[in-house]
Design a protein around this ligand. Sequence first.
Ligand SMILES: Nc1ncnc2c1ncn2[C@@H]1O[C@H](COP(=O)(O)OP(=O)(O)OP(=O)(O)O)[C@@H](O)[C@H]1O
Length: 310
Amino acid sequence: MTTDSPHDPAVAFTAATKTYGAVRAVDGLDLTVRQGETVALLGRNGAGKSTAIGLLLGLDEPDSGRVAVFGTAPDRAVAAGRVGAMLQEARPVSRVTVRELVGFVARTYPSPMPVDEALALAGLTALAGRRVDRLSGGQTQRVRFAVALAGNPELIVLDEPTAALDVEARQEFWDSMRGYARRGNTVLFSTHYLEEADAHADRIVVLDSGRVLADGTGEELKRAAGGSLVSFDLAGGPTDWLGLLPGVTSFEVRGDRARLRTGDSDATVRALARRDAVRSLEVAPVSLNDAFLALTRPPHATARTPETAR
Ligand SMILES: Nc1ncnc2c1ncn2[C@@H]1O[C@H](COP(=O)(O)OP(=O)(O)OP(=O)(O)O)[C@@H](O)[C@H]1O
């Protein structure tokens, strides 16, 4: 039997596994989200993000392992209104106004958020009287956010909330989400957008094949992937020595240009200089995009990559 205390993590996966036929969608997942954190789940298509979210909302049960939300069973936490969710598929609702819809959902919870407060947090006050089937994509997404807020949850779970939104609608959406997080609430969102994970999450958890591949801040992920990129022209020379250079964690060769990922660019550059291999030399910090690609590179790739950020 689990207990429920303010010190319980908002979310705790313990060796959770969920299999569909031969596919291990979630594979021995260990992941803890503390109360008040904003965490991004980042991963390629099929990495297991939606399956993990389904488990933590109690929509599905793990085949083995455990999932707890605020120290209790996910379906109990959801029924108590402690968890709000925005999932990928939206059911169309017509003819009701924004205020009516949010009010209707709020009444199904034991201690809902006042409707005006949910509308204000979602940036919908001016649209409260509009029919929900007469809104733009960005406005519809904000209505879904207000619906997720209706039960006055302490945790909100968002599965790719900004997919298909333009830049302005995305910005408005994240402003609303931050307003909610600033109240001390917990947010877990999945995304394919690295910039979004870096800009809006305290912590990024990279999932691959249903497992945590890396877990840390954007800066930590960049460091784990090798802090800098050193590139230079090979001038037709061999490439077999590149991976042996000091600091180098992986490398690739495109045309005649070698690109080295290194955790110690000074040592790498000194070694290159000793070999007189500094033609068109460039040193640049690794981008989050490079870090993500290095971390999720398929196992058959030639480059050597770190296994985890922590
Ligand atoms: N209901 C299901 N039946 C069979 N296989 C499933 C089911 N749901 C998910 N899968 C498989 O489990 C794996 C993980 O899928 P999941 O949807 O969790 O990934 P995801 O990271 O959310 O992907 P995306 O970014 O495309 O939404 C995939 O290989 C998927 O095909």
